[in-house]
Design a protein. Structure first.
Lengths: 644, 428
């Protein structure tokens, strides 16, 4: 999400021209190009684009900077025209799609044109070659529902089904619960159509002789690295108007059957699909690491996430009052090491095979799978899960949890009617979970419903064991902050949310903090937390933080990360000689941290949590470091201290 | 620290500050809840955003406008007025937001309209509606009948049920035949009812939607007093808008302790109970129910809440537990049951249905000032029907019916019919 660093006293390179003169001419030109209906410069309407998630911690206000105007192009040619007009009049521009996040805002007030790509919402699916070509405003849900009709499945990133497929693929991060089978957004990019910072239309990737989109990156140099690098340029390198993305096989119905009412919908879990969660021993890091790698390598799951109790509870319950009750349920509160997953098969034989593999992996890790799988193996999975729970919680807490579980089921059935019981082949919990994973449908609910907002840190792409390590770091820091009276959201001491990608080849976990954005006292706490986590990421070598991209991120991470920003600066200089695309969240060679930001970072360094506490936090599962090191050595995944 | 007692009756922007400032611009409000999207063509939920395209035209955009105006960052301009009233107030944004997050979007939109109206910014057409409510006891500015049928009926003062005819069925020339059919069916089922005739006050819903909350409050009190005087123990609404208003809005400002029913619920009950004998007909193919917003997601019963907000660290909790309106408290099943009992074929469904149904352009008083927007919205609804192979669209909201009727001629394969007409044609 966003960095701790305050933009208010930063020094952007771009100097805005006189708004009163050339700004008016530019807006007039834009009206002529697009028609007045598709241009607005009304301050109140512009403010709707300035109201942003994390604006409070970025800008000291939930309103970030205001654009000069917002425009709505329909075609790539119109986008190119807008870009050329901006270049001509010396103004910057920034494109956005569904627009979640402060990086959609401008670096300079009243001097940047927002290109809202909302009218560009066409797509085509090439089912034989298994890719789709999507325009900027095609949502994840739109693509997925149409893919399913053709026996295909498309990746949905963590922001949810309502977010833009293209924006994630071309310009930002792209993790999601289906990552284990459908990869990461940036990894799914095949070709793309790009309006360069100066307004030239470029098609990159591989095309066949007819000029249509073709799958795969062909021979010769690829522009994908230039286009987005690791984090994406966040609008700082022109405008992407089309992207070809890989799609994957779907062994399910053409249309999902969904029953019930908001906020809990029942998905009829299709035949040969299984859904549920694996619980592992609460204090066995070796089991956790082993299981993570094995579940990836065996490729039995199509979806998997690791979620903290707080985020799980938020996604499950209809209100904060109910969440408070959820925090008292031992089953929800005490089990921190759950993996929520879906496995899919084409036929009975494959289904049984995957069940058995899941059973074996969970049993090897001394855990169990509680899910919608059936038959004897399903029973054995549930038995193992129950045994695991009783062992961790004890009889009393298990019975207490059982009481809550029965109450939850009863409540759900009362809400929807008992006749809905037969509509799915899983319990209400499993039916809900299935939908939540398939469409990343509960992610926003998990992070926004309780406090109102959230920030997230760490989250680099790492081997699984390094991810587990980053979680321990997070726990220790969080505990330390709580000890210092810097209160964060009630989260039962664990705010981690993570996924695996491409058969577990790499993974990521984010350390999420939920908070009330209207509470002004949180602004400093959030900044401090972010700085502390960034410092810890560097200090403990667990990659860059998902929160620290752009010039601000580079100010912290450049040196320990081999001066990576020198490359983005060179790319920017070559492709955008007039600095026309707003690169305030991409790269800026002249960027200087503000004094306030420097002070926050300096303070975070001074107040580092001692490494000893991170390795052996009192309340943590992490007490098997020797085993872990031995295991890693045996597996040959590199030394723990090296991290990524 | 002393806790301040708060309620869930919100009127001004200040009353919804705590919720509207928690919008994170996730865009959930623009679409149906993520779980239920069935196809790409009809995956949009917000009619205004679909028509006017800017983020400002969505629920989240309007919430941000409320935040901007409330903080004095901007002023009410013509563009602001057009954006605020270029919205059907259909409530889809509220349903989808609460599926994903927890912002009271609908209440914020009402408070935003109040703010605009209170500052003296009002369309002439809306002013006419307000004046008509005040002077004529109805909001109609066209198609007004001088010879309305309800006046010709007789009231059974011993009946327990008060028939709430509503301004539209009572006064709109286009609805008089439909109204008489309803009466015929009620009589056929031996349902007795009492009537208020000219003493039935307009609910003031139009005033609420325009932003004249003070007028709505006065009308609410009149409604409450009138119902109380009849001694009825049940109010039967013929109009979906009245059903929504009497269930979800009037009780915010005036006591209304009797159960409020809609005619579809009565139909369902009398058909199931054998009071109205119907036989299945094969005249209608590919039939689907259009959920009117007023009857569905805007029809939930308002539950008054008073209490305190406290915090567990950063998480607000309410003592006592505060009810949350998910938009699921209206009538959804009754009309479907009725259709199933009337047709031989299998009933179809819109892909956007029940609490996430797409609006037909009738609500929010946008139709009075932007008729083309209302038509475009109705057209989109019928296009959805066409794409799904629906050939008979059934509804029982006069305003939704009229809005759809305005463009039905563009869809030669689709017929529009009220539920009442469907029953009438089923050899009851």
């Amino acid at each position: 999400m966003e960095s701790c660093v305050d933009l208010k006293d930063s020094k952007p390179t771009f100097i805005a021209p006189s708004v009163t003169d050339s700004g008016s001419q530019l807006i007039e030109g834009l009206r002529e190009l697009l028609g007045s209906k598709y241009v607005t410069s009304d301050p109140c309407l512009l403010d709707t684009y300035a109201w942003q998630l994390n604006g409070d911690s970025v800008n000291g206000d939930q309103f970030v900077r205001r654009f000069l105007a917002v425009v709505l192009p329909k075609t790539t040619e119109e986008v190119a025209g807008i870009v050329k007009l901006c270049v001509h009049f010396g103004f910057q521009y920034k494109a956005s799609a569904t627009g979640l996040g402060p990086w959609n805002g401008p670096g300079v007030e009243d001097a940047v044109i927002q290109i809202d790509l909302r009218r560009m919402n066409n797509f085509e699916i090439d089912d034989k070659n298994m890719f789709a070509v999507v325009e900027s405003y095609v949502t994840n849900n739109q693509l997925q529902t149409e893919c399913m009709k053709l026996g295909l499945h498309s990746h949905i990133h963590g922001a949810g089904g309502q977010a833009s497929q293209l924006a994630s693929a071309t310009s930002f991060n792209g993790h999601g619960p289906d990552g284990i089978s459908c990869g990461f957004s940036s990894r799914n990019v095949l070709g793309f159509e790009w309006v360069t910072p100066e307004g030239e239309i470029v098609k990159a990737g591989s095309f066949d002789s007819s000029g249509s989109w073709f799958n795969g990156d062909g021979p010769g140099p690829s522009l994908r690295g230039v286009m987005r690098g690791f984090f994406g340029a966040m609008g700082g390198l022109g405008v992407f108007t089309k992207v070809a993305v890989k799609v994957y096989p779907w062994n399910g119905p053409k249309k999902l059957k969904v029953e019930g009412y908001s906020p809990s919908y029942y998905f009829n879990i299709p035949k040969y699909h299984g859904c549920g969660f694996v619980s592992l021993p609460a204090n066995d890091i070796k089991a956790r690491v082993d299981f993570g790698y094995a579940i990836g390598e065996t490729e039995v799951c199509s979806h998997i996430i690791n979620n903290s109790p707080a985020l799980t509870i938020a996604a499950l319950v209809p209100s904060n009052n109910k969440a408070v009750e959820g925090f008292k349920v031992p089953l929800l509160n005490d089990l921190h090491d759950n993996f929520y997953l879906i496995f899919m098969a084409k036929h009975e034989k494959e289904y049984r095979y995957k069940q058995r593999v899941l059973n074996k992996l969970a049993s090897d890790a001394n855990g169990g799978f509680m899910g919608s799988d059936d038959g004897l193996v399903g029973l054995r999975n549930k038995f193992n899960w129950a045994r695991r729970v009783v062992k961790d919680l004890g009889i009393y807490k298990t019975l207490k949890s059982l009481k809550w579980s029965i109450g939850y089921m009863k409540g759900e059935l009362q809400l929807h009617g008992f006749d809905k019981l037969h509509t799915g082949n899983g319990t209400p919990l499993e039916s809900n979970l299935y939908g939540a994973l398939l469409r990343a449908g509960s992610n926003i609910r998990a992070v926004a419903s309780m406090g109102g907002s959230f920030i997230t840190t760490m989250g680099s792409l790492l081997p699984w064991d390094a991810v587990v390590r980053s979680q321990q770091i997070h726990l220790a820091i969080r505990k330390d902050l709580l000890k210092k009276g810097k209160l964060l959201m009630q989260d039962q001491g664990d705010g981690d949310h993570g996924c695996m990608y491409e058969a577990g080849a790499y993974t990521h976990t984010e350390s999420v903090v939920l908070y009330d954005p209207t509470d002004k006292s949180m602004q400093d706490i959030i900044k401090n937390f972010n700085a502390t986590m960034d410092d810890a990421s560097i200090n403990h070598k667990v990659g860059t933080s998902i929160a620290s991209f752009g010039p601000k991120g580079a100010a912290m991470y450049s040196e320990p990360m081999l001066n990576y920003d020198t490359y983005t600066q060179r790319i920017k200089a070559v492709f955008d000689p007039f600095n026309s695309a707003d690169g305030s969240y991409y790269t800026d060679s002249k960027f200087k941290l503000g004094k306030e930001a420097e002070a926050v970072i300096s303070q975070a360094k001074k107040e580092r949590v001692p490494a000893s506490e991170i390795k052996f936090p009192d309340n943590s599962r992490y007490h098997a470091s020797k085993n872990e090191l031995a295991w890693i050595e045996k597996r040959g995944y590199g030394e723990l201290e090296v991290g990524c | 620290m002393k806790k301040v007692l708060i309620t869930n009756v919100t009127e001004n922007l200040a009353d919804v500050k705590n919720t509207r400032e928690k919008c994170i611009r996730c865009s959930m409000c623009k679409f149906p809840p993520l779980a239920v999207v069935e196809n790409s063509e009809h995956s949009m939920g917000c009619p205004s955003y679909e028509e006017f395209l800017f983020h400002s035209n969505s629920g989240g955009g309007l919430v941000a406008m409320a935040n901007s105006l409330d903080r004095g960052r901007s002023e009410i301009t013509d563009s602001v007025k057009e954006t605020v009233y270029g919205c059907t107030l259909c409530g889809l944004c509220d349903v989808s937001c609460k599926y994903g997050a927890a912002v009271e979007v609908f209440d914020t939109l009402l408070a935003l309209r109040k703010k605009v109206f209170d500052e003296g910014v009002v369309y002439p057409e809306h002013q006419q509606i307000i004046d008509s409510i005040k002077n004529n006891n109805h909001p109609l500015i066209s198609h007004v009948s001088d010879n309305h049928q309800a006046m010709k009926l007789s009231s059974d003062d011993s009946a327990d049920t008060l028939l709430w005819v509503g301004s539209h069925f009572a006064r709109d020339t286009r609805l008089q035949g439909w109204f008489l059919d309803i009466i015929k069916l009620l009589k056929a089922a031996n349902i007795s009812f009492k009537l208020l005739f000219d003493d039935e006050p307009d609910t003031g819903r139009a005033a609420l939607e325009i932003g004249d909350v003070e007028l709505f409050k006065r009308q609410s009190q009149k409604v409450s007093d009138a119902i109380k005087l009849t001694g009825a123990n049940q109010v039967l609404c013929l109009s979906a808008e009245d059903y929504s208003t009497l269930r979800s809005q009037t009780p915010k400002y005036a006591p209304l302790d009797v159960p409020i029913k809609h005619i579809t619920e009565i139909y369902d009950s009398i058909i199931k109970g054998g009071k109205l004998t119907v036989s299945k007909v094969d005249d209608f193919k590919d039939v689907a129910w259009h959920d009117p917003c007023y009857l569905g997601r805007l029809g939930g019963k308002f539950e008054y809440w008073e209490g305190v907000e406290t915090k567990i660290n950063q998480m607000p909790v309410y003592v006592p537990d505060k009810p949350i309106n998910y938009g699921t408290g209206g009538v959804f099943d009754a009309p479907r049951n009725i259709i199933d009992s009337l047709i031989l074929s299998t009933r179809k469904e819109f892909s956007r249905r029940k609490e996430y149904a797409f609006n037909a352009g009738e609500s929010g008083q946008a139709i009075a000032v932007m008729p083309e927007f209302a038509k475009a919205t109705a057209r989109r609804r019928l296009q959805e029907a066409d794409d799904l192979g629906i050939r008979t669209v059934v509804t029982e909201c006069p305003k939704a019916y009229l809005s759809l009727q305005a463009v039905i001629h563009e869809f030669s394969d689709i017929q529009l019919i009220s539920l009442t007409q469907l029953i009438m044609q089923s050899n009851y």
